[in-house]
Design a protein around this ligand. Structure first.
Ligand SMILES: Nc1ncnc2c1ncn2[C@@H]1O[C@H](COP(=O)(O)OP(=O)(O)O)[C@@H](O)[C@H]1O
Ligand SMILES: [Mg+2]
Length: 167
């Protein structure tokens, strides 16, 4: 067919390359939207891609004060914003098997109306909720940038799109 317009999935944005401040601004927007809508946000990508950087920026923008330590050994941390909302931050890097998720209170996260951010979410395999936002972060050509994509899976509002800062 000639002249066909490619149909874009309205709930999928990227890939685009963002420097650290652009990535943090976008993460802040995603964080605020995730709190508003009680979304479950999955983050995937290699070590050093910026998953923790993203979650910290999202938590800060949502009003989490003080230290935001990585849940490296606890696997799940719970934060409270200055206005009293809960934000869950999980990091499943050290999860040995999805069956062990129940030991870290995973069912509560999946059923929660709060915002949930999960690094290495793919390690939860079938234990992820159907309705979620999936953020993919990867290295880019420039060392100070990361290639980012986001898509919605299941029902619910679409996620904020990443935008490149105008030069
Ligand atoms: N464009 C960028 N976006 C996010 N992080 C970046 C970027 N450029 C450099 N970095 C750096 O990359 C590192 C990302 O680390 P981190 O967020 O802990 O990654 P992960 O949690 O994916 O392992 C941080 O040191 C951060 O300062
Ligand atoms: Mg991390």
């Amino acid at each position: 067919m000639t002249g066909a317009t490619a149909l874009r999935d309205p709930a999928s944005f990227g890939p685009v390359d963002l420097d650290e401040s652009a990535l943090e601004s976008w993460a802040a927007e995603v964080g605020r939207a995730a709190i508003r809508a009680g979304r479950f946000v999955c983050l995937s990508g290699p070590l050093g891609a910026g998953k923790s950087t993203f979650v910290r920026a999202a938590c800060r923008a949502a009003g989490v004060e003080g230290a935001i330590p990585s849940p490296t050994f606890t696997l799940v941390n719970r934060h409270r914003t200055t206005s009293g909302e809960i934000i869950w931050h999980a990091d499943l890097y050290r999860l040995e098997s999805p069956e062990l998720l129940v030991d870290v209170g995973w069912p509560e996260l999946v059923d929660s109306d709060a915002a949930v951010f999960v690094e290495w979410a793919e390690r939860a395999e079938d234990w992820l909720p159907a309705d979620r936002w999936e953020v993919r972060l990867d290295f880019a050509d420039r060392p100070n940038e990361r290639r980012v994509e986001i898509r919605a899976s299941g029902a619910g509002e679409p996620p904020p799109a990443p935008t490149v800062d105008p030069c």
